[in-house]
Design a binder for this molecule. Structure first.
Ligand code: IPE
Ligand code: IPE
Ligand code: MG
Length: 246
């Protein structure tokens, strides 16, 4: 039986987040510059987005650029920003055809103007789509996001719009950039690294984590299905006993 057919459609995670990693090592393996790896990563983005939408996943979040990634060589950063503009412009039509809405989290205002404009335009042009939301984490840092939320809440308290005693998980969640998105039940990282790298720290408090050695440019639908099958074989206990959840 195909991997896809083994997936239980009634037990899908609503939200899957992916740390797309390994482009540089993939390129090195092929004797090519790092940027070649980034360009080949686009195919994996397309395949994964398509696979997620076909299955009926509601939210797919892709970590595309972290605040720490600015520390890479200028040439690579520029290439990534250019690739972002090109890809977004090229893919808007496909997103609309597939009824996929684009969204973004991260410090978008600090992206180069061209990248930001292309992104905002695509978000606007896909905003009425309903099948799946594709969230790009761009210039994203979980610590940055948490600090921004703290500032927002502090401001509400200072202006007498919130009492300190009213601060709870829901209030905090509403102050995050993911306020309208359920927490990801499942987080995938490619390339064999087993760390979070400043991604969605609050939101992944109870996520199932999955690490695959596959480099991102090689990641295909079957790798995605394999990961989901792994997720479906886990018991999520949330602090309870196995007997309680069964
Ligand atoms: C992920 O691949 C893409 C980004 C972080 C933008 P890398 O570029 O991190 O590839 P490796 O980890 O160096 O192989
Ligand atoms: C995490 O990958 C960021 C993205 C995938 C965009 P990195 O390659 O930047 O992470 P580290 O440096 O290995 O932690
Ligand atoms: Mg990396």
């Amino acid at each position: 039986m195909d991997l896809k057919d083994q997936i239980d459609i009634d037990k899908l995670p609503k939200h899957i987040a992916i740390i797309m990693d390994g482009n540089g090592r993939w390129a090195k393996q092929h004797g090519r510059p790092r940027v070649f790896g980034h360009r080949n990563g686009v195919k994996a983005v397309r395949e994964t987005t398509e696979a997620a939408a076909e299955l009926g996943i509601e939210y797919l979040t892709l970590y595309a650029f972290s605040t720490e990634n600015w520390n890479r060589p200028k040439f690579e950063v520029n290439a990534l920003m250019t690739l972002l503009v090109e890809t977004i412009r090229k893919e808007v039509e496909t997103l609309n055809k597939n009824n996929i809405r684009l969204n973004a989290i991260g410090d978008i205002d600090k992206l180069p103007t061209k990248s930001r404009d292309a992104l905002l335009e695509a978000i606007e042009n896909t905003k009425t789509n309903t099948r799946m939301t594709l969230v790009l984490a761009l210039n994203y840092s979980a610590k940055w996001e948490i600090i921004e939320a703290v500032k927002d809440i502090a401001h509400q308290v200072k202006t007498d719009n919130l009492a300190i005693d009213q601060i709870n998980e829901d209030v905090f969640k509403s102050a995050l950039s993911t306020r309208n998105i359920p927490d990801p039940e499942f987080l995938i990282r490619t390339s064999g690294e087993t760390r979070i790298s400043n991604f969605l720290l609050w939101q992944i408090a109870y996520s199932e984590l999955y690490f695959t050695p596959v480099f991102w440019p090689d990641f295909r639908k079957n790798h995605f299905y394999q990961a989901i099958l792994d997720f479906q074989n886990r018991e999520r206990r949330f602090g309870m006993t196995s007997e309680q959840v069964n």
